[in-house]
Design a protein around this ligand. Structure first.
Ligand code: ATP
Length: 353
């Protein structure tokens, strides 16, 4: 175990920003903290780094209790969204900075530093910019140099706070893949803060979904998509259609005329009769047909978008005037304005919020 967070609580005045946070990050893995603005991601990262103190709880790095250790004793590399490079130093000098300021006993020789910086420049695929100044680089290149600077001192743990936040979507996407590759090469235990679910799903081994200072669920992309434990995770990860209904007799959920029998796969089996329960159905969890039998809904196709692997249909349910997103096979022959019937293949249920 490389990072272990035990029962961390943090208050800002009366505001309870982190609530009994427990988290374990395995050596060599890349884990994302994902959640909406203000849920406590940065605060947790800063507490792990030692830039902020918790009101209670403990932090272990490589099984050592570092709760009361100073930031400089924790051997952590950082990279923040606005982690500006030194403007008047060349790329080479920026990357070498952390090494040049080490105490004399620990400082590598000039030749060793040169070798190391050139190795890092190759790793970030920018061997040709060693003598450039930061303003001569693109935003994406600057972030890569900032990462090389964090890596120069060979941290065992890397903390990244929205590292690509300020960049445009295309560059972000490239850098994500690049970060994943670097991570695979170096195996540095990394914790990354993001509010971008696509980013988290694409690069992380595990994703920690946070909300209001709590951890809602920890899992890989597939677990969060297919087996969410809370309504929040269901709505936050991936697209979903929600329907409010209630439990009627005998473990049966009811939405208008439609009945759906809950079984053990549903977290809410054995919910009392009369409980208001919301059903969540993802676009790929529908059967769409022109046969009315046993359908949950009827609707009219308003839009068809061919995304290559499947068709994306937007269907209007006339009785409620709501739009439902449905994924259909590419070979299907549906047309705009067709009347269709939708039956769920699977539903996630959670108590009404
Ligand atoms: P964002 O994605 O917007 O950065 P976040 O999930 O990283 O959000 P934090 O920055 O950790 O959230 O903040 C969590 C909560 O704690 C927010 O409501 C924030 O306003 C509050 N907070 C953070 N730092 C302080 C502080 N120094 N003083 C008072 N409140 C703070």
């Amino acid at each position: 175990m490389s990072i272990e967070v035990k029962q961390i609580n943090k208050f800002f005045g009366d505001f309870h920003a982190l609530k009994n946070i427990d988290l374990q990050v395995k050596t060599g893995s890349l884990v994302s903290l994902l959640g909406p603005s203000g849920c406590g991601k940065t605060t947790l990262l800063r507490i792990i780094a030692g830039l902020e103190t918790a009101d209670s709880g403990q932090i272990f790095l490589h099984e050592q209790d570092v709760t009361h250790q100073k930031v400089q004793d924790r051997h952590i590399g950082f990279m923040f969204q606005n982690y500006a490079l030194f403007r008047h130093m060349s790329v080479f000098e920026n990357i070498a900075f952390g090494l040049n300021v080490l105490p004399r006993k620990l400082r590598p020789s000039k030749d060793e530093i040169r070798e190391k910086v050139h190795h890092l420049l190759k790793l970030i695929q920018l061997p040709h910019v060693a003598h450039a100044l930061p303003h001569q680089l693109s935003g994406g290149q600057r972030q890569r140099v900032a990462l090389a600077r964090s890596l120069a001192v060979e941290p065992k743990i890397l903390l990244l706070d929205e590292p690509f936040g300020a960049l445009d979507a295309k560059v972000r996407k490239e850098l994500r893949q690049w970060l994943r590759d670097i991570h695979q090469e170096l195996h540095i235990t990394s914790l990354l803060v993001t509010h971008d679910q696509e980013e988290a799903l694409e690069i992380s081994d595990q994703i920690v979904v946070m909300n209001h200072g709590n951890i809602e669920q920890i899992g890989d992309a597939s677990t969060l998509q297919h087996s969410p434990k809370t309504a929040f995770v269901t709505e936050f990860i991936g697209e979903v259609n929600a329907f409010e209904g209630e439990i009627i007799a005998d473990n049966t959920w009811c939405y208008k005329q439609y009945r759906y029998k809950l079984d053990k796969a549903h977290l809410l089996s054995d919910t009392p009769v009369g409980t208001a329960v919301t059903a969540y159905i993802r676009p790929y969890q529908w059967t769409i047909s022109q046969d009315k039998q046993e359908a949950m809904l009827q609707g009219v196709i308003k839009h068809i978008h061919d995304v290559g692997a499947f068709l994306r249909l937007t269907i209007l349910e006339p009785s409620t005037y709501r739009f439902i997103e449905v994924q259909a096979d590419v070979s299907s022959t549906f047309k705009v304005d067709d009347l269709v019937y939708l039956t769920p293949k699977f539903i996630q249920f959670f108590p009404k919020k």
